[in-house]
Design a protein around this ligand. Structure first.
Ligand code: MN
Ligand code: MN
Length: 287
């Protein structure tokens, strides 16, 4: 008997109705400030995912035991950030409204704002955990208020003080670091303090949006991204931190900023796939 060929992330072939998690891609990089290419991220991740096993020896879990629906990529109007964010927000809202957890694949980091808006509508007491090399706290960049360099600042506009924690940060303007002292919990360079943040969120049973800019990884592990920044985390360090976050009440998450064409070895794409698999397994294990 012949089977249909699925153009999905490996083993993410559940029916929408049965799925606990819904994966969707956002192929957009129109506000990328340095090297573009993140629009090709979701497609590359799906394609390369077939180079992975569905089983994770690290977690002793298998993707075939999870119920994940891969909705493919949202069709986005390139060059139009506002319309794009509205579409991401709508898609995220639909998934949350159906009682499922959205998992966004970027694409550039600005897209996170649309998903966070939808998550806030559903969970007004949402908390944001942000892994990145960059602060992403600019008020504006070259006159543009909405770009991947200011996405977390735009989230703060909606959320206010005391609801955003940032880890792994090692690049930004002095003004952004000063601003962060008053308004977010910013941990430079590594993930120290994450355990306490997560413990207090668990205790209060707070819903969490987890946004992962893959450039938090050291460019030695992950060169395939638009704004690589030396001095980052190893894959194992990142996984340890991801395990901590995912043990709390993560209601939605994203993995952003893979630009596959910028690493012709394919290692960055393979790494992104593994990050996504481990996060799916951690998210899917809760039910
Ligand atoms: Mn970012
Ligand atoms: Mn970044």
């Amino acid at each position: 008997m012949l089977h249909r060929q699925y153009d999905s992330f490996i083993a993410c072939d559940a029916d929408y109705r049965d799925a606990d998690i819904v994966l969707f891609g956002a192929p957009f990089d129109s506000t990328t400030s340095n090297r573009p290419g993140a629009r090709f991220g979701p497609r590359a991740i799906r394609q390369e995912s077939f180079g992975l096993e569905t089983y994770s020896p690290r977690l002793d879990r298998d993707l075939t035991d999870c119920s994940v629906f891969d909705a493919g990529d949202v069709e986005l109007p390139f060059g139009d950030s506002e319309a794009t964010l509205a579409l991401i927000r709508e898609q995220t809202a639909t998934i949350l409204g159906d009682g499922k957890r959205p998992f966004l694949l970027g694409g550039e980091h600005s897209l996170t704002l649309g998903a966070v808006q939808a998550a806030l509508d559903q969970y007004p007491d949402l908390y944001l955990i942000h892994f990145d090399a960059h602060t992403d706290l600019r008020e504006e960049y070259l006159g543009v208020e909405l770009s991947h360099a200011s996405v977390i600042r735009r989230c703060w506009d909606l959320m206010g003080d005391g609801r955003i924690a940032q880890f792994g940060i090692r690049s930004g303007e002095r003004a952004e670091f000063l601003w962060a002292k008053k308004h977010t919990k910013l941990r430079p360079f590594d993930f120290a303090g994450l355990e306490e943040v997560v413990a207090s969120l668990k205790k209060a049973d707070k819903p969490i949006y987890f946004t992962l800019d893959l450039d938090v990884l050291d460019p030695g592990f992950f060169p395939g991204t638009g704004t690589p920044e030396a001095g980052g985390a190893s894959f194992r360090e990142l996984m340890k931190a991801v395990d901590l976050v995912m043990a709390a009440n993560v209601v939605a998450c994203d993995v952003m900023e893979l630009a596959p064409g910028l690493d012709t070895s394919g290692v960055s794409t393979a790494t992104a796939c593994k990050v996504v698999r481990e996060m799916l397994l951690l998210l899917g294990a809760k039910d």
